[in-house]
Structure formats: structure tokens, C-alpha cells
Design a binder for this molecule. Structure first.
Ligand SMILES: [Zn+2]
Length: 124
């Protein structure tokens, strides 16, 4: 895996495939009864609040509870950003961040506001 993140183009896509496979494995464990629901659905209240306020609907139904609509929340972390990261409300804000902060990593978390399922899906 080393070297993947040092490339600027395409690295995010490669990473997202890894996250997707890990997520599928996790959900398989859950459906087989080897992982308790409260171990998966432990989203921080702050994350749920962000999901409801600024999250982007992913158009998918939560695979854990089968009821909630999955929402994507983006966070940026970097040396010049707050230690708990900064929520990114949309592509406009991402563009603004790119122009003001040179170094940051963006994480996209999928959240189900119904059952508190949360999972890191992408990093770029
Ligand atoms: Zn759910």
C-alpha cells in the first residue's frame, strides 16, 4: 500500500475501494451475528448533528437498520485546521478550503441518522 497516498490523482479512488471492501466484510460479520449493533452504531452525537444539518444524501438505504437514508459528511483535518477537524458543507466550501489551506486531508464518513451507523468511506 505504501506510495498509494503520495500520488495526487487516483489515490482517492484506490483508497475508497479498500474502504468499501472493509465495510462489506464488517456488514457481513454483523449479519452473521458476530458483531453487535451497538459496536457498529456508535456515531458521536456531534457527527449525527452534522449529518442532519449538512450531510449530503447518498441515495442509499442503511444496510444495518434497513430504514435510514445514508448521509455523507465530509471533514477536513490539517495543521492549520481545528484539532477536531472542520466540517465541509459542500463543494463550494471545499474549493474555498483548497485555496486558503495548502495541506489538509479530507475524510468522508457515511452516517445513518436513524441507527447511528457510521463508517469512513473515503479519504483524499
Ligand atoms: Zn441505520
Amino acid at each position: 500500500m505504501s506510495g498509494v497516498f503520495s500520488r495526487s490523482s487516483g489515490a482517492g479512488e484506490i483508497a475508497s475501494i479498500d474502504y468499501l471492501l472493509a465495510k462489506k466484510a464488517l456488514l457481513r460479520e454483523y449479519k452473521a451475528g458476530r458483531i453487535a449493533r451497538n459496536e457498529l452504531c456508535d456515531a458521536h452525537p456531534e457527527l449525527i448533528r452534522a449529518a442532519r444539518a449538512i450531510g449530503a444524501l447518498a441515495g442509499e438505504i442503511c444496510e444495518v437498520c434497513g430504514e435510514g437514508g445514508i448521509v455523507h459528511v465530509s471533514y477536513a483535518f490539517g495543521p492549520k485546521l481545528p484539532p477536531h477537524g472542520r466540517c465541509i458543507a459542500g463543494s463550494d466550501e471545499l474549493a474555498r478550503l483548497r485555496s486558503t489551506v495548502s495541506e489538509f486531508t479530507c475524510y468522508v464518513v457515511e452516517v445513518c441518522p436513524e441507527c447511528n451507523w457510521n463508517y469512513l468511506v473515503r479519504q483524499f
